[in-house]
Design a protein around this ligand. Structure first.
Ligand code: HEC
Length: 167
């Protein structure tokens, strides 16, 4: 193999390795143990279907695959994987059934800390329509998803991406 071929190959291997270690070296608040990203395996299509079907109507009609594509707009600020890092916004693993503004280690605004409800499809739908009107003072700088179908799809995706699939 010529050098011109070897070099780009070597570079792409380097880049791939670096991406796989997005969390290496990050420290838990307080200092000692590194955060390990223990990614739960994604649900099978059948499990995903069951998870979405368990949502109340109309959100049980959401399409998690379409929602995954729409969630590209959220990924700039959120991870969804188990043990994933908080970035601009909090990591969303374990979202359903969790008190709003209550993930340990993330500095929420008072608007979210004092929301006084647990996240479910209905609250997520209102929140994602227009976060800044729903929780005035929130620091989530996102204009909102005005299309109900987009919201249902994203909520379906979140359901499948933020908890362990049922056995
Ligand atoms: C520009 C960055 C940004 C974008 C884009 C964004 N978010 Fe957020 N999100 C935040 C921040 C910051 C917070 C914390 C808000 C606060 O404390 O007021 C947050 C909070 C949340 C919460 C509440 C979490 C909790 O633990 O209570 C949910 C749910 C959420 N975002 C979902 C989404 C979804 C779904 C999208 C895409 C449709 C999205 N966000 C897009 C920054 C963002």
């Amino acid at each position: 193999m010529s050098l011109r071929l070897i070099l780009p190959l070597g570079l792409s291997v380097l880049v791939l390795t670096a991406c796989g270690q997005k969390n290496a070296g990050s420290q838990a608040p307080g200092g000692s143990a590194p955060i390990t990203e223990s990614e739960a395996p994604p649900p099978t299509p059948a499990q995903a279907k069951a998870m979405v079907a368990a949502l109340p109507a109309p959100w049980n009609a959401g399409d998690p695959e379409l929602g995954k594509a729409t969630f590209a707009r959220c990924r700039a600020c959120h991870t969804t994987t188990q043990g994933g890092p908080d970035t601009v916004g909090p990591n969303l693993w374990g979202l359903f059934g969790r008190d709003a503004g209550a993930k340990p280690g993330y500095a929420y605004s008072d608007a979210l800390k004092n929301a006084g409800y647990k996240w479910d499809a209905e609250h997520l739908d209102k929140w994602l329509t227009d976060p800044r009107s729903y929780r005035p003072g929130t620091k989530m700088m996102f204009v909102g998803l005005r299309d109900a179908k987009d919201r249902a799809d994203v909520i379906a995706y979140l359901k499948t991406a933020t908890e362990v699939p049922p056995k």
